[in-house]
Design a protein around this ligand. Structure first.
Ligand SMILES: Cc1cc2nc3c(=O)[nH]c(=O)nc-3n(C[C@H](O)[C@H](O)[C@H](O)COP(=O)(O)OP(=O)(O)OC[C@H]3O[C@@H](n4cnc5c(N)ncnc54)[C@H](O)[C@@H]3O)c2cc1C
Ligand code: FES
Length: 262
């Protein structure tokens, strides 16, 4: 683990969609799918991102352009430096001998990408399979178009794949096939519905939860969700843990500490 930010040089940049770019670094990180790193831009801020690619000594973060910080990352060029510390948090637990479904909404797909890569490596092909569902508002927002073996797309406007939400598509698949485990990341309203659906079908489920992260290693309490610190107890939580977290799907804490309804 890197405990203080280490300045890493951007060695490649890949455009995944008009709003998402992946920045690659030559770094050796002992990273488990589901964990995250803190990315630092000196004199600006430090924010959490997951590792979306990992190959030998090459790691990548895929960044959706949203506000000041992500716009600043998008303005970086090959050769520029970013600070990186981590990885932090608890990752996904893999179930290689079963049929899994990985459900990603929007940029949530970035947090699931190395999980899909790892599952495809370790899955026992006689007994298990990995199905990926990627949902976006429209076709232009789809990322990693050619990356995974079995990826089903859905868009809210019907411009790519199934017309509807990831939850609609998961419901549809469950009429025809059985999954032993579902892994998911995306908007919290979507996560809540996926967890509900898994509960109804008796399917194991793990969720990557998002809360505002400041320290990233459990000291400031900013990322609290019903007594759980998302940065250290999560960001991955299972269905039993989530059932005890009353704020899940309902309340989040802003960077100034206000409790707001989702
Ligand atoms: C564990 C984890 C992993 C993440 N991985 C990725 C990723 O791989 N790719 C990606 O594009 N985004 C990821 N994010 C979200 C990313 O941190 C925010 O998009 C980014 O901080 C936005 O900063 P901004 O200044 O551009 O936007 P802002 O305008 O400040 O915020 C836009 C949105 O991002 C959220 N956000 C802002 N700051 C933080 C923060 N410090 N911690 C958590 N959320 C914040 C806000 O609540 C708001 O909803 C992840 C978040 C978490 C918690
Ligand atoms: S971000 Fe500080 S305790 Fe989680």
């Amino acid at each position: 683990m890197i405990e203080q930010p280490m300045m890493a040089k951007i060695c490649d940049i890949q455009e995944e969609s008009p709003g998402v770019k992946t920045f690659f670094f030559k770094l050796n990180l002992n990273f488990e799918p589901g964990q995250f790193v803190m990315v630092w831009i000196p004199l600006l801020d430090e924010k959490p991102f997951t590792i979306s690619y990992i190959q030998k000594d090459l790691v990548g973060i895929s960044v959706l352009k949203r506000g000041v910080f992500t716009n600043a990352i998008h303005s970086k060029k090959i050769g520029d430096m970013l600070g990186i510390r981590g990885p932090y948090g608890r990752g996904f637990s893999l179930k290689p001998d079963s049929n899994s479904c990985v459900v990603g909404g929007g940029i949530g797909m970035a947090s699931l990408a190395t999980l899909v890569d790892r599952l495809n490596l370790v899955v026992d092909k006689r007994r298990g399979h990995v199905t990926v569902i990627q949902g976006a508002r429209t076709a232009a927002e789809i990322i990693y178009q050619k990356r995974f073996r079995d990826m089903k797309l859905c868009t809210e406007d019907g411009t790519a794949g199934f017309r509807g939400t990831t939850v609609d598509l998961l419901k549809d698949l469950l009429k025809k096939q059985r999954f032993q485990k579902v892994y998911t990341c995306g908007p919290e309203k979507m996560l809540y519905k996926v967890v509900e659906l898994c509960g109804e079908h008796g399917i194991e489920c793990e969720v990557s939860l998002e809360r505002y992260i400041k320290c990233g290693f459990g000291v400031c309490g900013q990322c609290d969700c019903s007594g759980q610190r998302v940065c250290i107890d999560g960001p991955i939580f299972n269905i039993q843990e989530l059932s005890r977290m009353e704020d899940f799907g309902k309340i989040t804490i802003t960077k100034t500490g206000a409790r707001v309804i989702h």
